[in-house]
Design a protein. Structure first.
Length: 179
């Protein structure tokens, strides 16, 4: 079984220097940008709407990325858009939401349809962001439902760039090991 699959004539579009682990699955209307990485056990299922993952973004082990179809219950459906330089921790569920550039989604977090995580936001591990919620830039959000906890420190703001660069380097190492 191949791990990158066409669905309804939608072939995933993956940058040549992106890393897709052989134990990850990417299906359908999916775009993955340059130097991004999809790690073992990740499922990216663009079968009923579009998924877009920017550049230098890492989706860590066991995460699930999906969307919602167009219906009378959600006219237009909910696509999944993930920006550049985003770190998505282990076992995260992203469903039909928008994650802007330079955000960090903690391990085990769940972000629901039409929620928006703005740039320079940390969603704490295990948090649940309800549908339609808009998280303001520059803050840590935590809990179920996620609530604004405090402003991010300069060290935390600097970590966004560090994390993205670390995973770009790790991606290059994995490319070399698979040659």
């Amino acid at each position: 079984m191949q791990n990158i699959r066409t669905f309804d004539n939608f072939q995933p579009s993956i940058a040549s220097n992106a890393y897709i682990d052989e134990a990850a699955i990417v299906i359908g209307d999916v775009t993955i940008g340059a130097q991004s990485s999809i790690w073992p056990g990740v499922i990216v299922r663009g079968d009923i709407h579009r998924i877009s993952i920017g550049e230098e973004t890492n989706i860590q082990d066991g995460s699930i990325l999906h969307v919602t179809h167009d219906s009378k219950f959600l006219p237009g459906g909910a696509e999944l858009i993930i920006g550049n330089g985003v770190t998505v921790g282990h076992r995260v569920i992203l469903h039909g939401c928008t994650i802007q550039d330079a955000a960090l989604i903690g391990m085990g977090a769940i972000i629901m349809d039409q929620a928006r995580v703005r740039s320079h936001v940390v969603v704490g591990a295990g948090s649940v962001v309800p549908g339609h919620k808009d998280l303001e830039s520059g803050y840590l959000y935590f809990g179920a439902p996620a609530r604004r906890v405090r402003k991010l420190t300069q060290q935390e703001l600097d970590y966004f760039d560090y994390s993205a660069r670390h995973y770009v380097k790790l991606t290059k190492r994995h490319h070399k090991n698979s040659e």
